[in-house]
Write a protein that binds this ligand. Structure first.
Ligand SMILES: NC(=O)c1ccc[n+]([C@@H]2O[C@H](COP(=O)([O-])OP(=O)(O)OC[C@H]3O[C@@H](n4cnc5c(N)ncnc54)[C@H](OP(=O)(O)O)[C@@H]3O)[C@@H](O)[C@H]2O)c1
Length: 384
């Protein structure tokens, strides 16, 4: 296993991290298959993975209550005394925070669930621009100082799926040790994006990647035209290997998390990690990835440049975001992953289905897009 430093913490983290959001289950999502999940973790740890990522809601019945992922990890480490071999990362459920005491209450509950005295990396989970001021008012940053100095957490971080500008604002708001962003070869220009990644790294903030395979879509739903490019190249690689190598080539990335749920997937990603050195991709390889990216981009449904001239919409719709989700779904020929993000990230009033067809947006759209017609398409395909 190769290791990289996590920002300026001095900690050496494995370049492949284990995401505990998609553990093997028995039937429903909240019923973790303990035997198979333990086998996976045993194998991961034996092969040198030392970074595990979980969160309060993972493997839960919904975001309003704690899930089984933290509980499973607590039991797993209680049974094998290997806790010291890994860095445990978990997250504060920011959408459930209502009063200052909630921050301590959730952290204390998580320490119990994980059966540990200290969480190595504690993140504010999926923060959004619209709630950031409320979180600051609630005292989240003071809480992080307090919990670090009393030893309940070792390092601080945050994750977000929001815009680049918001991401940079958050990076500048605190002495973060690390951040977690969605990034893969198709997501260089959305959310934090390449600009955010480089910005965080330039400030000494460690960067952990989530959804490197877009939740599996880049590995398992490959369009025929893309597969043809892979097949015709001189390299014999599976799609997941291309996607992961692309990320490890980037020196600013510390850990790439993947949610592996079979030994075969885990072993394949471990094998790929063996060659995950920074700046190791040859120019022919990068050229092939550019061609693949072009094919995906050719499937884009709306040529929205997200300039934001159309905003604010009188009905409250977040027009650029609605188009971004439509584009991602069309590009990937896959709706379920993108749809869940659409419902998770947008307020109901921001969804395309609220369009009253006033047409004000079309008068000022820099790309002269038929916005009303395209919003109908979004609403039809996303279900609101
Ligand atoms: N902070 C946040 O808001 C947030 C959001 C999302 C994720 N995360 C964290 O980031 C972690 C990683 O994200 P992710 O789980 O979406 O990662 P991912 O690697 O993009 O997707 C995981 C899925 O990819 C497939 N896969 C993995 N390796 C494969 C291989 N070698 N060959 C074929 N398919 C493979 C599996 O799909 P199948 O199950 O379909 O086989 C697996 O469930 C999560 O587990 C979680 O810990 C955090």
């Amino acid at each position: 296993m190769l290791y990289r430093e996590m920002g300026q913490t001095g900690e050496k983290v494995s370049i492949l991290g284990f995401g505990c959001m998609r553990l093997p289950i028995k039937g429903s999502y909240d019923q973790i298959d303990v035997e198979r999940s333990s086998e996976l973790l045993d194998h991961a740890l034996n092969q040198g993975i030392n970074y595990l990522d979980t969160a309060y809601p993972y493997h839960g019945r919904g975001t309003s209550q704690g899930g089984a992922s933290e509980l499973f990890l607590g039991e797993y480490f209680a049974g094998n005394s290997r806790r010291d071999e890994v860095y445990l990362a978990t997250k504060s459920p920011t959408w459930l925070l209502e009063e200052e005491g909630d921050l301590d209450r959730f952290l204390d509950e998580q320490l119990k669930r994980l059966q540990t005295d200290c969480i190595d990396f504690y993140l504010l989970h999926s923060i959004k621009e619209r709630q950031w001021f409320d979180l600051e008012d609630l005292g989240v940053l003071e809480f992080l100082d307090r919990a670090t100095s009393d030893g309940r957490i070792k390092y601080t971080g945050f994750s977000t799926h929001d815009t680049t500008s918001f991401f940079k604002e958050v990076v500048d708001s605190y002495q973060w040790d690390m951040c977690q962003i969605q990034y893969n070869y198709l997501d260089e220009d959305i959310q934090a994006g390449k600009e955010g990644l480089q910005y965080a790294a330039s400030k000494g903030v460690g960067v952990v990647i989530m959804e490197p395979l877009k939740g599996g879509v880049l590995a398992n739903h490959v369009p025929v035209e893309v597969q043809k490019i892979w097949d015709e190249s001189q390299f014999e690689r599976k799609p997941a290997e291309w996607a992961l190598r692309y990320l490890w080539d980037i020196p600013e990335i510390s850990v790439v998390l993947s949610g592996m749920n079979t030994i075969a997937q885990l072993q394949e990603n471990l094998n790929t990690a063996e060659n995950g050195l920074p700046n190791s991709m040859a120019s022919e390889e990068k050229q092939i990835m550019e061609e693949v990216k072009k094919v995906y981009m050719g499937k884009i449904a709306v040529e929205c440049s997200a300039c934001g001239y159309c905003m604010p919409c009188p009905s409250g719709i977040n027009i650029p975001q609605c188009f971004s989700y439509l584009n991602q779904a069309e590009m990937l020929e896959e709706y379920s992953e993108v749809k869940s993000q659409y419902y998770f990230m947008l307020k109901e009033t921001e969804m395309a289905g609220n369009c009253l067809e006033c047409g004000l947006c079309e008068e000022i759209c820099s790309q002269h897009l038929p916005i009303r017609e395209k919003l109908k398409e979004v609403a039809g395909k996303m279900g609101n």
